[in-house]
Design a protein around this ligand. Sequence first.
Ligand code: TA6
Length: 298
Amino acid sequence: MSTPEQLQQAFGIDGIVRFDRGNGGLTRATVTLDHASAEVYLLGAHVTRYAAAGREVLFVSARSNYEIGKPIRGGVPICFPWFGPRAGHPESPMHGFARLREFAVESVTRKGDDVELTLKLEADDQTRAMWPADFVLRHRITIGSKLTMALEVQNTGGETIEFEEALHTYFSCDDINRVVVSGLGGVRYIDKVDGLKEKTQEPAEIRFTGETDRVYLATRDRVTIENVSGSSSVIVEKENSNATVVWNPWIAKAAALPDFGDEEWKTMLCVETCNVGRHAVQLPAGGMHRMKAIISVQ
Ligand code: TA6
């Protein structure tokens, strides 16, 4: 893996894109534009900061680990090639291995006023030992007045592969008790805090009054997160994603997470762009699948 100095030499853009060592000595890229800024760790191709329109959009726990082999708590963890615990494989890491591995930098390019970073993880002996597939996973991150994240899976093997994927985005908010999530009214969901019962989202707007962990099904709709800070809202649009997860750990679960502050549940929520469960992706040999999340501040 290249050093930050080698990456700066090869991909740095003076005053705009800088590679250095961040928390835990891990390699990160910092993007600074007039209209937006961001931070991306090569570990997990993990967006840990995005700010636009004068506010920080993402939440990262003050108690997060920053260590190869451990996920960063917050920002946008990539869940791949499975979501949650892996059925029949108690030894497998939660949410797959992508967020535990350092990605390589493939390119850094200017796109008009924006910057696009492409980070890549290729199948190797370690991944094949857990998941016998040949693939290239790219995370194309475009920093600008919107944050666009495109997760591209290329099947470089000879067989069809099936995988789950999620951009498990943690949003910051001033007070979860004031947040309202709209756009999922009438959508069926699996309630993971009520025996995986399947329900219909009624009323149209989601408010938080306790641990919330829901997988919304067969939905390609945009979601609006209102009152994240003052009166500002965040819009989450998506492409090629058929499911949306909404999560807040609330009090007990927050206290049980070692890399999450006991009070931090009050100032975050996850709205996750994904293909999980019955919406897992079947990708034929030689095929490519691109799921996209587009995040903007209103
Ligand atoms: O997306 C919600 C969820 O699946 C929750 O059930 C909770 O486990 C959360 O992800 C965080 O998972 P993690 O492995 O990052 O602690």
